[in-house]
Write a protein that binds this ligand. Structure first.
Ligand code: ADP
Length: 259
């Protein structure tokens, strides 16, 4: 059970800074995501979008700033005004509430679609095989792949593999889904089927942060678009404002290039 109130942001990031060696990739990002909100993160390659997602999912460590998720500080616990690094088990507990879908589908190649989907609920949540299979079949049905449950990734198209990857992330019943350019490795004719699944998920009320170059999707599905460049948030707002009436020259020139 979450102890936070439902009106508090699900993600609350303050002055997030990230260096890789001497390269400062994030320059102090303030970023909130409300429950049920769909955010599309836009910006040129190298602007730090993936790094921000990976920090939220604790695949990277912060150089500076803080991120709260579901009312809890990520990476640290606060006791008597002091910060202590969380142990691995605690970090795993936090990460289990966040699903992530990558550009490359990252399925286990030697496992079927169904086996990929039941893996984490069995290993991390300790679900019985029977319960895990029942839930996984419902998820594969939701992404339109119930009839491919026993196929291996190599027997599936890129779009089908990505839909299995989405089902696999959903199997942990996440409170937040992160998508890192989920369609950019796909042949153009397979992009639509993945976006359709993401659109359904958004309509069902899932909180989502989506890094994408699919402007039509962002325009239609996002509650808010956040435009980043060179490690800062340049502007953000409803898609109708940012995409149609961008205020900043950097946003304007990016949109001219991707359209
Ligand atoms: P985007 O997703 O907007 O394309 P990234 O977050 O992937 O941007 O990358 C931002 C910058 O950080 C890039 O210059 C990239 O080369 C650098 N970077 C990302 N990950 C690493 C890493 N593990 N080590 C060193 N540099 C990195």
């Amino acid at each position: 059970m979450s102890t936070s109130t439902s009106s508090a942001p699900l993600v609350h990031a303050v002055n997030v800074i990230k260096h890789f060696g001497s390269h400062q990739v994030l320059q102090g990002i303030d970023f909130d995501v409300s429950r049920g909100e769909v955010i599309c993160l836009l910006g040129p390659s190298g602007s730090g979008k993936t790094t921000l997602l990976r920090l939220v999912n604790q695949l990277e460590k912060l150089t500076g700033g803080r991120i709260w998720f579901d009312g809890e500080l990520l990476g640290f616990t606060e006791r008597d005004g002091k910060l202590y690094t969380r142990n691995d088990r605690d970090i795993a507990r936090q990460r289990a509430k966040i699903g992530m879908v990558f550009q490359r589908f990252n399925l286990f190649p030697h496992k079927t679609a169904l086996e990929n989907v039941i893996e984490a609920p069995r290993q991390v949540k300790g679900l019985s095989k029977k319960t895990a299979i029942t839930e996984a079949m419902a998820l594969l049905d939701r992404v339109g792949l119930a009839d491919r449950a026993n196929y291996y990734p190599s027997q599936l198209s890129g779009g089908q593999q990505q839909r299995v990857a989405i089902a696999r992330a959903l199997a942990m019943r996440p409170e937040l889904m992160l998508f890192d350019e989920p369609t950019s490795a796909l042949d153009p004719e397979l992009v639509g089927e993945v976006l359709a699944v993401m659109r359904d998920l958004a309509s069902a009320g899932m909180t989502m942060i989506v890094v994408t170059h699919e402007m039509a999707f962002a325009n239609e599905v996002a509650d808010r678009v956040v435009f980043m460049d060179a490690g800062v948030v340049v502007e953000q707002g409803p898609p109708a404002e940012v995409l149609l009436h961008p205020q900043h020259e950097r946003t304007k020139s990016f949109l001219r290039r991707v359209r």
